[in-house]
Write a protein that binds this ligand. Structure first.
Ligand code: FE2
Length: 340
């Protein structure tokens, strides 16, 4: 049997935080005994495949794994797609219901990360937690770092739950009891200047109002057309969704509330109209402001290096995007829950 301590090295990541003595995120680098892993993409794809189960155990335990120095100078988006598909054997989560503008890069597996403007930070969120169907995991790959900034900060959602329980117990209790609802206005076409600018045609992969209504009804969403005709903006309202989940290692504050409060603002949307408790009542603005502070307390931002990739348990950890300058290119891949 292999000595698991030798499968990877886990040098210290200066930015990491520690929870119950475990680093978050966990840095994963090649073992010194396998120098080919620095230079050969094929060797990396094989090696990660051989150690798939070990990687999944590390992910469960640490919630976020940051891979560095795996053929970093020669890896490509295609290498990343192979790591996701062949090495890790992860089932694809088709990107349908999100509100971010993205472009497919490798088949239907690898996309550009949210293409919203570099000067606007993307707030913390669990991927697609504002919808009833969200990915279980996700990965990001750095094809080209930014000149400055552009990190993908992460946080451990269990820590947010624990702090809210101490500091805002009523706010947390209301959300645990009633859940949460999200509402937003979408235009027919994409508006790339807005972080929530994906149009309803692209979001639902439809052309007509009737087709959009069919999708929304099937998924249990409420809707309202704001104008006559096929070019009308649409207000959709989600069904009531959970705001807290029981994940590996404890309860997590699993929702999009802080992201809505901090970021769902454009010419059609205001945060206070976009998020509410499941019973339709407003959420306390002071608690919402504190929530953003709590999240920043647990924020960990690891600067990207070319060829880095990060593997995130979407139930346990939230991610965001820092502002940046330069031609940053970070790609994403979303993973469906394993069918059992
Ligand atoms: Fe995201």
């Amino acid at each position: 049997m292999k000595d698991t301590g030798q499968i990877f090295e886990h040098g210290s990541l200066p930015e990491a935080k520690f929870y119950n003595g475990k680093p978050f995120p966990l840095l994963v680098t090649p073992p010194t005994s396998s120098p080919e892993l620095w230079t050969s993409s094929e060797a990396v794809i094989d090696y990660l495949k051989q150690n798939r189960e070990h990687i999944m155990n590390l992910l469960r335990s640490h919630a976020v794994l940051h891979f560095r120095d795996f053929a970093a100078q020669v890896s490509t988006p295609e290498t990343f797609a192979k790591i996701v598909e062949e090495s890790l054997g992860l089932p694809n989560f088709p990107y349908e219901l999100g509100n971010a503008v993205r472009t497919a890069i490798v088949g239907d597996r690898v996309f550009t990360a949210n293409e919203s403007p570099p000067e606007k930070p993307i707030p913390f969120h669990h991927e697609l937690a504002q919808t009833p169907k969200y990915p279980a995991k996700l990965l990001f790959y750095c094809d080209r770092p930014a000149d400055t900034g552009g990190e993908t900060p992460v946080l451990l959602s269990r820590a947010v739950y624990d702090d809210l329980r101490k500091e805002h117990p009523e706010f947390l209790q209301k959300l645990e009891q009633h859940g949460v609802k999200y509402s937003r206005v979408m235009t027919p076409h994409d508006r790339p200047h807005s972080a929530i600018g994906r149009g309803w045609r692209a979001t639902f992969r439809v052309q007509t109002r009737q087709e959009a209504e069919d999708v929304l009804s099937t998924r249990g969403y409420g809707f309202e057309w704001l104008e006559e005709g096929e070019e009308s903006p649409l207000r959709e309202t989600s069904p009531t969704l959970q705001a807290v989940v029981e994940a590996e290692n404890g309860k997590c504050f699993f929702n999009q509330i802080a992201a809505v409060w901090g970021g769902w603002r454009d010419e059609f949307n205001k945060p206070e109209d976009c998020v509410m408790a499941g019973d339709g009542s407003a959420l306390d603005p002071n608690s919402l402001d504190s929530l953003v502070g709590i999240m920043n307390r647990h924020r960990v931002a690891v600067p990207w290096k070319r060829g880095d990739f990060t593997f995130i348990d979407n139930m346990q950890a939230q991610h965001s995007r820092a502002t940046f300058t330069g031609r940053r290119r970070v790609l994403a891949s979303l993973v469906a829950a394993q069918s059992s």
